[in-house]
Design a protein around this ligand. Structure first.
Ligand SMILES: C[S@@+](CC[C@H](N)C(=O)[O-])C[C@H]1O[C@@H](n2cnc3c(N)ncnc32)[C@H](O)[C@@H]1O
Length: 265
């Protein structure tokens, strides 16, 4: 007989298409155990059969626990400075219309940050930004574009004024940015990847995956980029041997797709 967690993983995969075995097991199991105990279940099996199957509200609690949605505007500000003053100028010099993809965008702060910075140098009509996440609820928040003060604490006052409307004690992203970004559900483990991207921002999501899953994702991200396009990763997500995936390292947290890399994944 399957052990308790294996049963749960299989059941979740069947019902949602989400493969929990691609996530680091110890962390994921601990988070989900905490959840089922809070709801007075005694096993993964009972949580699935008697909880999730009977109570739609529990599904959102499950998604909230399995996806960690923390994000903010200009998260790790120095890296966005590197993007603005080093990576973006290279793209602007060589490309016409820019295609950017914020993968695992959570509630949208990262995609909006990219739009806000890029808009200083290029009309947004010439920029297409796709922002994706597996979590529908986070995507709803992203589309609404309405944030608490703590989300914008890294945004300097002049930029706050240029990019947000104040609504009581919230900040609403101005329509010109909301209209530029297409938010869409996308599972990095299962769905086809968009192609011909100039820049992919994929930060603070891959840390939750197993090495095998990460390797596959890095290959696929590489295939999504145009030759010479850039990948922007998170703090603890540096690639050990980027050339294995068709990348070259171009300074902390940025990789460029090598010109010779055309292998289809
Ligand atoms: C910590 S947030 C990162 C948000 C943003 N990239 C940042 O760095 O601020 C991690 C996000 O990864 C998403 N995620 C987890 N598994 C995913 C998958 N298989 N496909 C797409 N997104 C996934 C979660 O829903 C969550 O919103």
């Amino acid at each position: 007989m399957q052990d308790d967690y294996s049963f749960f993983k299989t059941a979740i995969l069947r019902q949602t298409g989400i493969d929990l075995s691609a996530y680091k097991e110890r962390q994921m199991k601990r988070r989900l155990e905490t959840l089922y105990k809070q709801h007075h279940f005694y096993s993964f099996r009972s949580f699935f059969q008697r909880g999730l199957q009977n109570d739609p509200a529990l599904w959102q609690a499950f998604f909230d626990k399995m996806t960690i949605n923390v994000s903010e505007f200009y998260r790790n500000k120095k890296r966005w400075e590197r993007f603005e003053f080093d990576i973006l100028p290279q793209l602007l010099e060589t490309r016409g219309k820019l295609q950017l993809w914020s993968a695992a965008c959570s509630s949208g702060e990262e995609a909006y940050t990219a739009a806000m910075i890029t808009s200083k140098y290029r009309a947004l009509t010439d920029v297409s930004i796709l922002a994706t996440d597996i979590d529908r609820e986070a995507l709803q928040r992203a589309k609404a574009g309405r944030y608490q003060e703590k989300s914008v604490r890294e945004v300097v006052p002049a930029e706050r004024k240029r990019c947000f409307d104040e609504e009581g004690n919230h900040y609403r992203v101005k329509p010109m940015f909301r209209d530029t970004i297409r938010f869409k559900r996308h599972n990095l483990l299962a769905d086809p990847y968009p192609r011909e991207q100039d820049l992919i921002i994929c930060r603070n999501a891959l840390i939750y995956f197993t090495n095998a899953a990460k390797e596959q994702i890095y290959h696929r991200l590489n295939q999504s980029l145009k030759s010479g396009g850039f990948l922007f990763v998170g703090s603890t997500e540096q690639l050990f041997s980027p050339e294995t995936y068709g990348f070259e390292h171009v300074g902390n947290f940025f990789y460029r797709k090598r010109h010779s890399s055309s292998r289809l994944w």
